[in-house]
Design a protein around this ligand. Structure first.
Ligand code: PNS
Length: 163
């Protein structure tokens, strides 16, 4: 049994993330989606909301589970019994930082390796931060996220606008 971890902030999940999780699920016996608690970073959705949205989006993938984590990714991966980290690579802009993190993680935990999956071309421009910016400015993000998450995103932005 080889299981993998797909880590991220997922604030919120996009079709880009879902593409990587789905492809990882086809490659490994099990996949844990690791949602970073992000204590130091102000996120639009709290960690329980991000976990819940992910759980609903991966319901059809029987070998995928979702869990939050705080602290080092290598410790979380070990606690899940995973030996592989799966990350998506969108463009060369991702490459340097992702390779550096992969090397750091392998230094910390030599038995843990990172596998990069190239983003599907039709998803490669997606980033949660950009999607939030576009939605906040009134742009159409309906093709970028599952419908249920679009609705929650628009509702949250509307709430924030009323603050
Ligand atoms: O979706 P993101 O924000 O690009 O995901 C980044 C993530 C969660 C993969 C990265 O920040 C991470 O692994 N954080 C956990 C803390 C850690 O292990 N830091 C050392 C990384 S080399």
């Amino acid at each position: 049994m080889t299981t993998a971890v797909c880590p991220g902030s997922f604030d919120p999940l996009t079709y880009g993330h879902l593409d990587i999780i789905t492809r990882a699920a086809a490659m490994f016996d099990g996949v844990t989606v690791g949602v970073l608690v992000n204590a130091g970073k102000r996120s639009l959705f709290d960690v329980a909301e991000r976990v819940e949205m992910l759980e609903s989006a991966v319901l059809h993938l029987s070998n995928v589970t979702v869990a939050s984590f705080d602290g080092l990714l290598v410790d979380f991966s070990r606690s899940r019994g995973s030996t592989v980290i799966v990350k998506g690579l969108r463009a060369s802009a991702d490459f340097d930082y992702e390779v550096q993190m992969a090397q750091m993680n392998r230094h910390l935990e030599p038995d843990l390796d990172t596998v990069f999956l190239p983003a599907s071309p039709e998803r490669s421009f997606l980033a949660s931060s950009l999607v939030k910016e576009v939605a906040a400015l009134g742009g159409d993000v309906s093709a970028m996220l599952p419908r249920v998450i679009v609705d929650r995103l628009l509702a949250r932005l509307a709430d924030r606008g009323r603050d």
